[in-house]
Design a binder for this molecule. Structure first.
Ligand SMILES: *Cc1c(COP(=O)(O)O)cnc(C)c1O
Length: 402
């Protein structure tokens, strides 16, 4: 029997829905694409989206902006990061995270990753002591949430503030509480490969009026901050409005218009992602030598991607597995590759932050594979993909043993 080959595309997202397309056309017909270009009494699409996102997330305030990376940079500055100050963050994350810290004038201090792909809290405690950092920018990388209660207790003990990068946890919960509601601020992305899609886009949420006032001015509000109906009252701007630079990075009404219907649909989409995740997971779970990180019962995750670790550590084994899967239409990413590829890079290729020794993370990354699960895949597609990976891995393991 011929081996089954998967024919779908790992980078093809679902089309934008008709309601969003109609909303976009309405904005274009009006000509008022800039968020502050409103007629008397009108609430712009961007401002309405901010109100809806704040309500959905359970945050007091929300700012929509140009990207998730921009939101992180603004959050760090609005929080009061000082030039050259250390900022703790995950060693296992994507490049916009150290990039945002650098952009805000901070110095990333990388923290180790566990086999469950969450922040290593022991290493965090050690690096809080060693660095004297006042802030952790946690990246809930690939949607894996650390034990948020243990994390908050540790940070509170040391007086360290938290900002959350929720690029992969928009819609996720820890113990019934939204990811992004634990820290002083949270950042989200609406880039095509995240959970809602406007091509580019980001959000910053917080309950802190002064932080949000600074963020709004930083984002490029000019003196039109009063049009941020999901922002703080005018008094919050009085002290800071002339002391805060304009680092232009607004969201426009066209993007906002296509995100509003998607936000209404997000909880349903989370269910669809998780069905697909569980289908791949079930196939991988039965395979010898493949470990899918365990998902704690307190975590409601969004399975928009899946990760697994192999027991083999040899780079040749990883290359063999990648090649076999590729030949059968399954595109895996491997975090152990020495050269950065596509979207994926690792901490040692961010040379501008200086080399940092992360032996535990390196040992995890050497065995870590990653795959997107776009909603254009059916649940049957996901079963097939899981089966292909398990079969290819068995062949790799057999070759290694012979
Ligand atoms: C995509 C991503 C971001 C940044 O989002 P952009 O909107 O692309 O700037 C931040 N963190 C992680 C982990 C991401 O994957």
């Amino acid at each position: 029997m011929a081996e089954a080959v998967f024919k779908g595309s790992f980078t093809q997202q679902e089309p934008i829905g008709e309601a969003a397309i109609e909303a976009a056309v309405r904005v274009m017909r009006s000509g008022r694409l800039h968020r502050y270009n409103v007629v008397e009494g009108e609430v712009s699409e961007a401002a309405a989206l901010e109100q809806e996102f704040a309500a959905w997330q359970g945050a007091r305030y929300c700012l929509a902006c140009a990207s998730g990376g921009y939101a992180m940079h603004v959050a760090l500055r609005a929080w009061g990061l000082r030039p050259g100050e250390p900022v703790l963050t995950n060693a296992f994350t994507l490049s916009p995270v150290p990039g945002a810290i650098h952009n805000a004038g901070g110095r990333p201090v990388l923290v180790e990753t566990t086999e469950e792909l969450t922040l290593d809290l022991d290493d965090l405690a050690a690096k809080i002591e060693a660095s004297g950092a006042r802030l952790l920018l946690i990246s809930h990388m690939r949607g894996h949430l650390a034990d948020m209660h243990a994390l908050m207790a540790l940070l509170d003990r040391h007086g360290v503030a938290l900002i959350e990068d929720c690029a992969h946890t928009m819609g996720a919960l820890w113990d019934g509480r939204r990811s992004g509601s634990f820290g002083v601020a949270a950042c989200f992305s609406a880039q095509t490969y995240k959970h809602i899609n406007s091509g580019e886009g980001g959000f910053l949420t917080t309950d802190d009026p002064e932080l949000m006032a600074r963020a709004v001015i930083l984002s490029g509000s000019y003196m039109l901050y009063g049009r941020h109906s999901a922002g703080p009252p005018p008094e919050a701007y009085a002290e800071i409005r002339l002391d805060t630079p304009n680092c232009s990075g607004r969201m426009d009404n066209l993007r906002a218009a296509i995100l509003r219907p998607q936000l209404r649909d997000l909880d349903r989409q989370v269910g669809r992602w998780n069905e697909r995740y569980r289908a791949v997971e079930a196939e991988l779970a039965g395979a010898n030598g493949l470990n899918v990180p365990h998902r704690p019962p307190k975590e409601r995750f969004v399975g928009s991607s899946i990760q697994f670790l192999t027991t083999e550590v040899a780079p040749a084994a990883a290359q063999d597995l990648l090649a076999r899967c590729r030949a059968r239409g399954v595109e895996l990413k491997w975090f152990g590759a020495p050269e950065p590829q596509g979207y994926t890079s690792r901490h040692d290729s961010w040379r501008y932050i200086g080399r940092q020794a992360l032996p535990r993370t390196d040992a995890v990354l050497a065995r870590l594979f990653d795959m997107r699960l776009p909603l254009t895949f059916s649940v049957d597609d996901c079963r097939l993909i899981g089966r292909i990976i398990a079969e290819c891995h068995a062949l790799t393991a057999a070759r290694l043993a012979s």
